[in-house]
Design a protein around this ligand. Structure first.
Ligand code: HEM
Length: 180
């Protein structure tokens, strides 16, 4: 997993839960990188799992809810670090439609070792889109947060529902309907 995801995660922990919580989740000797990440580095996904599990124990907030909150936080971090990746889109549905074939393709050029999910579009109208998220990492709650913020980025909102096609969350269908 790319370092930018780790640096954004630690930033979120500090801003939402404070420095003490941040120290507690990294200073327990379980992390090979000892909580030190650079945005261009690549780290084991298990380190992220450890950080989120520790945060969940520390805050008593379920892991899934923390991953969703991180998705909400991460969108702005990605958009600000790489404005060129999203500057050509003028609607949230247009952006979502292009994650697989443009956005993440661009990300792969920036970070050749990025491990990205796939988003297969099943159906798109002027006001809605249905797509299937697949990834061995099962970060569909992260996708949910990112999708929600994509709408806010353009000044809108959406009703987002999802169905787990596989129980472990490695394949999840999203139905997204723009509000208003
Ligand atoms: C990883 C979804 C837009 C850059 C991910 C992951 C998800 C995701 C769920 C986690 C990896 C996985 O599940 O296997 C989305 C959605 C987007 C979006 C739903 C739009 C709403 C973007 C944009 C950028 C970006 C705009 C960059 C400007 C990345 C990067 C990673 C990533 C750097 C980390 C890859 C790694 O750790 O190896 N994306 N993404 N994404 N995405 Fe996106």
């Amino acid at each position: 997993m790319k370092g930018i995801v780790f640096t954004e995660f630690l930033e979120m922990v500090e801003s939402k839960f404070g420095l003490e919580t941040l120290d507690n989740i990294i200073e327990n000797g379980q992390l090979p990188s000892e909580g030190i990440y650079t945005s261009v580095g690549t780290y084991d996904f298990n380190e992220m799992v450890t950080l989120i599990t520790n945060l969940s124990e520390e805050t008593n907030i379920p892991v899934g809810d923390l991953i969703y909150a991180f998705g909400l936080y991460l969108f702005a971090g990605l958009a600000n670090s790489h404005p060129e990746v999203i500057k050509n889109y003028n609607t949230p549905l247009g952006l979502l439609y292009c994650i697989e074939d443009h956005i993440h393709v661009h990300v792969k050029k920036l970070y050749p070792d990025a491990e990205l999910p796939s988003f297969k579009v099943l159906d798109k109208t002027d006001t809605s889109i249905s797509m299937v998220y697949s990834s061995s990492r099962g970060l569909y709650r992260l996708a949910h947060g990112l999708i929600e913020k994509a709408f806010e980025h353009f000044g809108g909102t959406a009703t987002i529902t999802y169905d787990l096609l596989k129980e472990d969350g490695t394949e999840v269908k999203f139905d997204i309907v723009q509000n208003g």
